[in-house]
Write a protein that binds this ligand. Structure first.
Ligand code: BGC
Length: 419
């Protein structure tokens, strides 16, 4: 099968860079939230090994890279910018470009400086301009080098994990605050979308593309004939992702979301960024995994068709080119990752949707938030003690697909299927 899609890789600053910064995840392990008690100060030491990592990416033939910048590194205190961090990010981007790797820059991926958090972070609507000030700084600093931006990664996961499930900082447990945070982040996305376009235009630059990375799942009722289960599945889908899709893509804030700044209905995405991993099975107000379903090493159901279902939902809201900004799986032994990729790409190919990019999550193994270093999502293995990188079988499969621009079942080892 031909692959008319650009295959790239994704990462996020906090998960790979390492270093002792003052951001929201720095001390989170001290409260016992991280399974193996690791913390992001080590990660993949990418801040020092970036050249080696970009070289490896280029060797693998990867020409599209989604990465994020660490706000706490660039603006360690409110209004104080560390020029040396900006210089290094610029070197990194220039180096990528010299290797013909096109950058897609994420401005916020789950972490921000403690000073911003101490002001109430995204739970305080008065901080919308503070976030936008950082966005303006990022565009002034990198705008000449980068055309494409993800404003915010997964506002729903950030809000639910941090303010309802209490697994991410700040560890609160309030549904109302989670919805408020999600709404404020949606306002931030829309305003950032406008600002980035305006600034790059004033800089005389063309080709600007801005979107957000939306985490979506399929919500399915446990009993299809149960009205209660179906209603719960629909409600959960709306609360977790449907209302956010509308707000971020079209500026329409429908209940339970609301605006915290003036926003006109409009079109606020140049591409549809989708992060897809799994499906959730709904039993009443609880969610879980379908019995007997194939699962990954974190117990998440592997449900390839869902990537097409979610992409279709986005496209129906706003018809734009689709970027799969993340798709991948926790497979600690690399037994089924190739098969996972194969089946998800196949599911996309069966649709008529304009899916133009696929960024695999992740390039290398990395610091997986609450799972720490124990959960491996990479195409490239990282030995955290020695920081040695080794391309996995799935990485070799990815290289072959990029090289041949085709995908055939013979390319993957069928013994390594999960079913
Ligand atoms: C996040 C990544 C994370 C991945 C796997 C996504 O929700 O954007 O940062 O590592 O899922 O859990």
């Amino acid at each position: 099968m031909n692959l008319p899609i650009h295959l790239g890789v994704a990462s996020a600053a906090t998960q790979i860079e390492g270093g002792n910064l003052r951001h929201t995840w720095t001390d989170w392990h001290k409260k016992g939230h991280i399974k193996d008690n690791s913390n992001p100060s080590r990660a993949c030491d990418h801040w020092r090994r970036w050249r080696e990592d970009i070289d490896l990416m280029a060797e693998m033939g990867i020409a599209h890279y989604r990465f994020s910048i660490e706000w706490a590194r660039l603006e360690p205190e409110n209004g104080f910018y560390d020029g040396s961090a900006a210089v290094q990010y610029r070197q990194m981007i220039l180096y990528m470009k010299s290797k013909e790797i096109t950058p897609l820059m994420t401005l916020h991926h789950f972490t921000h400086p403690m000073w911003f958090e101490e002001m109430g972070g995204f739970a305080n609507p008065e901080n919308i301009p503070v976030f936008l000030k950082f966005v303006a700084y990022a565009i002034r600093t990198f705008g000449d080098l980068v055309e494409e931006y993800v404003t915010i990664n997964e506002p729903n996961v950030f809000a639910v994990q941090g303010y309802y499930a209490s697994e991410f900082p700040p560890g609160q447990k309030s549904a109302a605050t989670a919805i408020k945070v999600m709404s404020i982040m949606a306002c931030c996305h829309v305003k950032a979308y406008q600002l980035i376009h305006q600034m790059r235009q004033e800089m005389g630059l063309n080709g600007t593309k801005v979107g957000f990375a939306h985490h979506m799942r399929v919500f399915t009722p446990v009993k299809r004939d149960s009205t209660w289960h179906s209603t719960c599945a629909k409600t959960m889908a709306w609360l977790f992702q449907g209302a956010l899709t509308k707000a971020c893509l079209t500026g329409r804030f429908l209940p339970p979301m609301k605006t915290y700044t003036k926003i006109e209905p409009g079109e606020y995405s140049d591409f549809l960024g989708l992060n897809y991993y799994t499906r959730s099975t709904i039993t009443g107000t609880k969610y879980g995994t379908k019995a007997d379903a194939p699962i990954n090493d974190l117990g998440w159901e592997i449900y390839p068709k869902g990537i097409a279902t979610c992409a279709t939902k986005l496209y129906e809201t706003l018809p734009r080119p689709i970027y799969i900004t993340e798709n991948g799986t926790c497979d600690n032994t690399d037994n089924f990752r190739s098969r996972y990729i194969y089946d998800h790409l196949l599911a996309l190919a069966k649709t008529k949707l304009p899916v133009t990019r696929y960024y695999h999550w992740c390039f290398t193994d990395n610091f997986e938030w609450c799972e720490g270093e124990s959960s491996r999502f990479g195409l490239v293995h990282v030995d955290y003690e020695t920081q040695k990188r080794t391309i996995k079988d799935s990485g070799r499969f990815y290289m072959e697909m990029i090289k041949t621009q085709t995908m055939t079942p013979e390319m993957i080892n069928i013994d390594k299927m999960w079913m």
